[in-house]
Design a protein around this ligand. Sequence first.
Ligand SMILES: *[C@@H]1O[C@H](CO)[C@@H](O)[C@H](O)[C@H]1NC(C)=O
Ligand SMILES: *[C@@H]1O[C@H](CO)[C@@H](O)[C@H](O)[C@H]1NC(C)=O
Ligand SMILES: *[C@@H]1O[C@H](CO)[C@@H](O)[C@H](O)[C@H]1NC(C)=O
Ligand SMILES: *[C@@H]1O[C@H](CO)[C@@H](O)[C@H](O)[C@H]1NC(C)=O
Length: 355
Amino acid sequence: MRLARLFGGVWLVFTSCCETACLRFCCVRAVCLKSVFTVRASSSMKRGKKAEEAATAEGENDTGSAPAKKGKSAKEPEAPILYDDPPDKMTSKDGREANTKITSWNVDGLRAWVKKNGLDWVREENPDILCLQETKCAEKDLPANITSMPEYPHKYWASSNEKGGYSGVAMLCKTEPLNVTYGIGKEEHDKEGRVITAEFPNFYLVTAYVPNSSKGLVRLDYRKTWDEDFKMYLSELDIQKPVVLCGDLNVAHQEIDLKNPKGNKKNAGFTPEEREGFSQLLEAGFVDSFRELYPEQTYAYTFWTYMMNSRAKNVGWRLDYFLLSSSLVPGLCDSKIRNKAMGSDHCPITLHIAV
Ligand SMILES: *[C@@H]1O[C@H](CO)[C@@H](O)[C@H](O)[C@H]1NC(C)=O
Ligand SMILES: *[C@@H]1O[C@H](CO)[C@@H](O)[C@H](O)[C@H]1NC(C)=O
Ligand SMILES: *[C@@H]1O[C@H](CO)[C@@H](O)[C@H](O)[C@H]1NC(C)=O
Ligand SMILES: *[C@@H]1O[C@H](CO)[C@@H](O)[C@H](O)[C@H]1NC(C)=O
């Protein structure tokens, strides 16, 4: 019995060893054959691969959902998640029809933007008031295509005193404002042509190009002074009449307002200091009209750097805003992000309001 058991054991060990060896052998052969085959196949299929990938991308309809995983490569580009501006709402919560349409656009160089047919888009959008930022153009160099635009008989320009191709804002109106002023009443800020204020019967409209803290945050200290002074300026206006503020405020307020919040906490536009400056405006009684209407909306951006194909991938920032005095919020109808309009590294935004 003992012997039999021992023999049986050895046999078992032997067979299992053999089996393993056999399997190993088979496996090795299979792997070898497979890899040989794969190498041959891949070299003969190389030409067809690109066409196949393009076809797959075209055939897919999943821009709104999680990126699809296909193939084995870890570097497969994520399908971009795009934002679709929903149809315009023309009625406010309190049931009034919108009677004022304002568009704001950082054109990143007015002359280039005109050449890229920015004015064709403006004519189609047809706002009552058009505000532009980063015009980068002295008044004497403005192209006739815009200075002679008959749709907007009342036009106001601010540009940097010292540097012609720097900063600058503009406001074009169909009806004449009661009063127009430039800057915020502080020489250190006002030489850069960043603010125009127009007084209308029921509100002030302020358009602003807020200073960028710049690479390496070299202007962050200046920006903090600006934020403080600008808030004071707006609060003083707000005492007299409600305020609509629009423009490039050069900050993404919350993580939801940019694609890569984690990687940008130390970069201009998403530092804790700049975000706090924006929070302070809200605490002073101003309301972010877009977030008021769309508190959970992700992937809604207004700026994409020209680098790295960011716009096609919707790797962007929400830097352009309509802020409203709280007394105007009941008349808010819609706050639009026109992200299909091309011509700048920012897209235009439009406000519909009953005032
Ligand atoms: C894919 O998109 C096309 C065009 O946008 C549309 O006509 C079609 O119905 C979509 N297909 C699916 C499966 O969603
Ligand atoms: C600007 O105006 C000029 C002169 O009238 C015209 O030739 C040109 O086509 C216009 N450009 C655009 C983009 O409208
Ligand atoms: C325009 O606004 C400025 C600054 O508030 C003020 O000094 C001036 O009197 C106003 N002009 C008119 C005509 O209201
Ligand atoms: C600020 O300016 C830098 C260049 O100095 C630019 O790269 C960056 O995109 C700008 N940031 C924002 C938030 O506009």
